[in-house]
Design a binder for this molecule. Structure first.
Ligand SMILES: Nc1ncnc2c1ncn2[C@@H]1O[C@H](COP(=O)(O)OP(=O)(O)OP(=O)(O)O)[C@@H](O)[C@H]1O
Ligand code: SF4
Ligand SMILES: [Mg+2]
Length: 301
């Protein structure tokens, strides 16, 4: 990033992210604003800014996802459902946009037309809608067009970055069901969201991000069962209006002032001296990975 004037400063905004998604699965990625959710998606899609430095390894179908391979697979085997309908070209008919997505994914000729028609049908979009421009769509229709751009092709991995904020609850439910449907037909789906409640409706697993780190990968059932492990995951769950509605005190550390030990230490009700000595590594507690040295101990409520 640029500091003052043209002075450049290197910030470590992601430190230890771990995430795995398999065919047929919806993995939700939840966490506070600035926790690195979108950067992860951009790293997988190979669309990080040119000056971003990346360490670590992303595997797709068992092989490393280099920037070159990401670019080659983007739109073909890996598709993005963007957050905003602003991603649709305002001057292009939506049928042509879904058609273009189908072609980009490797379909051609008559097959493309048939795939577009079938996809519009599948998402309840009348054939006439193909001739509409984005401004002529309702919020729900626009959302279905965005899902269509990812569903029309042969993408095996679909990443939906905040696909539901500001939408009517019926449209939220419908969009989530579409994502579930894509997984049920064998695609791997990453659902990035602030909305844990929405995520739990369709996700198999939930990866919780905090300050550029995956702190826990829980199963969706762990939340209502009360078996989530990390104090941040528990605090997120308690902060929901239908639960205790207790806000989490304090703020997430800024990328330019990360503490040496556990990144959650300053806000953690269980913190001890040893938490501040080094970054907790992932370890398995009650069958799932968690980054907390005290997660397997008894804690007072
Ligand atoms: N181009 C950039 N240059 C410098 N820092 C960046 C850049 N893009 C993102 N960041 C920083 O990286 C961190 C993670 O950002 P990211 O956009 O991934 O967060 P997020 O979890 O998607 O948040 P939100 O929920 O608000 O969408 C933030 O601290 C952000 O300020
Ligand atoms: S390692 Fe320590 S500070 Fe970090 S979450 Fe666990 S108990 Fe809290
Ligand atoms: Mg984001």
């Amino acid at each position: 990033m640029y500091d003052q004037g043209l002075t450049q400063r290197q910030l470590t905004v992601i430190t230890e992210l771990d995430l795995e998604v398999s065919s047929g699965e919806v993995v939700a990625v939840v966490g506070a604003s600035g926790s690195g959710k979108s950067l992860l998606a951009h790293a997988v899609l190979g669309i990080l800014p040119k000056n971003a430095q990346v360490d670590g390894e992303i595997l797709f179908k068992g092989s490393p996802l280099t920037p070159e391979r990401s670019e080659a697979l983007r739109g073909k085997e890996i598709a993005l459902i963007p957050q905003s309908v602003g991603y649709l070209d305002p001057l292009m008919r939506v049928g042509s946009q879904v058609n273009r997505a189908a072609q980009l994914s490797g379909l051609s000729g008559q097959v493309t037309q048939v795939a577009v028609e079938q996809t519009f049908n599948r998402y309840g979009l009348a054939s006439v809608v193909k001739r509409f421009f984005p401004f002529q769509l309702s919020g729900g229709m626009a959302r279905r067009v965005l899902v269509s751009t990812a569903a029309v092709g042969k993408a095996q991995l679909v990443i939906a970055d905040e696909p539901t904020p500001g939408l009517h609850p019926d449209v939220v439910k419908e969009t989530l069901n579409h994502l579930r449907g894509l997984a049920n037909e064998g695609k791997a789906v990453i659902l990035i969201t602030h909305d844990i409640e929405a995520a739990l409706q369709v996700a198999d697993k939930v990866a919780v991000f905090y300050a550029g780190t995956t702190v826990e990968i829980a199963t969706a059932k762990d939340f209502p069962n009360g078996t989530i492990r990390h104090p941040y995951t528990q605090a997120l769950w308690r902060s929901l209006p239908q639960n205790e509605f207790i806000p989490i005190p304090g703020t997430q550390p800024s990328p330019d002032a990360l503490p040496p030990g556990c990144l959650f230490a300053e806000r953690c009700p269980w913190v001890t001296e040893s938490c501040c000595e080094s970054r907790p590594q992932f370890r398995e507690v009650r069958g799932a990975p968690v980054r907390c040295i005290h997660a397997d101990e008894e804690h007072p409520c």
